[in-house]
Design a protein around this ligand. Structure first.
Ligand SMILES: [Ca+2]
Length: 114
């Protein structure tokens, strides 16, 4: 005996051709759409992480220029302060970038534990 959906079921939308029957094909189609959506979200996430990575690397390049600029503008105090922060800054950015690439490698190849 065929089953029917409850009144106002959230799965009513699965009947895409409007014949009043949620066919197996329609059900599978919706599942495929969900999987596609998940893949797209994952893709967006990776893009965002990559952008963050680029931003961190570019900031590493800009950092020394910032010190030079401060020195040129006779802001010796600012130049000194920025230089003092540089060690922790480069460590943090380096850590961030290496964690990004490390996690990518682990995701791609597995962690070696079967
Ligand atoms: Ca249908």
């Amino acid at each position: 005996m065929s089953k029917s959906l409850q009144k106002d079921s959230q799965f009513n939308g699965l009947d895409t051709n409007g014949d009043g029957i949620v066919s197996d094909a329609e059900f599978e189609q919706s599942e495929r759409m969900i999987r596609l959506e998940l893949l797209r979200n994952e893709d967006n996430k990776q893009d965002a992480q990559l952008r963050m990575c680029w931003f961190a690397l570019i900031s590493m390049l800009v950092y020394p220029a910032l010190i030079m600029l401060s020195a040129l503008l006779n802001m010796e105090r600012a130049a000194t302060l920025i230089a003092e922060m540089s060690s922790i800054f480069f460590l943090s950015v380096g850590g961030l970038v290496s964690i990004f690439f490390g996690s990518q490698a682990i995701k791609k190849n597995g962690n070696g534990i079967k």
